[in-house]
Design a protein around this ligand. Structure first.
Ligand code: ADP
Ligand code: MG
Length: 253
């Protein structure tokens, strides 16, 4: 059997909450296979975003191991380590405002991830122009600043920026939750097309169970900082094994 692209073992992340420690991620085990779409569902506060940020190297963990592509990741990244890792793992946020520099034009923002790969100058500009087109934005959008775009356009840029360095894994954290319903389906279809085109593994975090059923080949259910159930999406949705999954499905579908 092929080793998973990401192997997470006994991962922990604690936050101080007054005098107590809150275990946002609590001894979690999870594997993400190369090229798969893995859905991650669970109620608000179950630790999904924290897990996503730790895998993407945006937050340090309190314990446990993450192995990415056979390499044990540091608990806390140096700038250089983060830059190297970010060519393999990228993240799409609920609102791409979080990842776009407000003072950079869209074209400059698109080129930024390429610097880590040593791609600069005309090669970088050409790639950015290609990706503007690939996410269905006109070239003129490249001259604009993030606040001059609509939420949907900004999310297209966030997606282009995540895929431009051809990472092996893209973590999507509620990527359509902040968008108008009319735009959501377009963005979901764009993500699905790009995932298939590049055979990118995708961890798709959502509280919308219908979207996960549509996109994910496997689904993991997170509850109180742990994965309580994981399996093929159809099996998890049609015959859940864990009582929490049953309750989640009953409440949302
Ligand atoms: P989800 O994405 O599933 O809604 P989160 O990962 O955002 O869950 O949060 C999990 C828990 O960790 C929540 O109780 C949240 O309040 C807490 N938490 C998340 N980030 C921080 C932080 N930076 N500082 C303190 N507590 C946090
Ligand atoms: Mg979240």
């Amino acid at each position: 059997m092929m080793a998973p692209f990401v192997d997470i073992r006994e991962l922990r992340c604690h936050f101080k909450s007054g005098d107590n420690l809150l275990a946002a991620v609590d001894g979690l085990n999870l594997q993400i296979r190369a090229g798969e779409v893995l859905g991650l569902v669970g109620e608000s506060g179950s630790g999904k975003s924290t897990l996503g940020r730790i895998i993407a190297g945006l937050q340090s963990s309190s314990g446990g191991d993450i192995v990415i592509d056979g390499e044990i990741m540091p608990n806390k990244y140096s700038r250089r380590q983060f830059r190297a890792m970010s060519t393999r793992v990228q993240m799409v946020f609920q609102d791409s405002y979080a990842s776009l520099n407000p003072r950079m034009t869209i074209l400059a923002s698109l080129q930024e991830p390429l610097w880590s790969l040593g791609i600069r100058g005309k090669a970088a500009r050409d790639k950015a122009a290609y990706w503007l087109d690939r996410v269905s934005l006109p070239q003129s959008a490249g001259e604009r600043y993030p606040h001059e775009l609509s939420g949907g356009q900004r999310q297209r840029i966030g997606i282009a920026r995540a895929f431009i360095s051809e990472p092996k894994l893209v973590i999507c954290d509620e990527p359509v939750s902040a968008l108008d319903v009319s735009v959501q389906a377009q963005i979901i279809n764009l993500l699905q097309d790009l995932q298939r085109e590049h055979n990118t593994a995708m961890l798709f975090i959502a509280h919308d169970l219908a979207v996960v059923r549509f996109l994910a080949s496997r689904t993991a259910v997170m509850y109180l900082g742990e994965i309580v159930e994981i399996g093929p999406t159809a099996a998890v949705y049609e015959s859940p094994r864990h009582p929490y999954t049953e309750r989640l499905l009953a409440a949302h579908l």
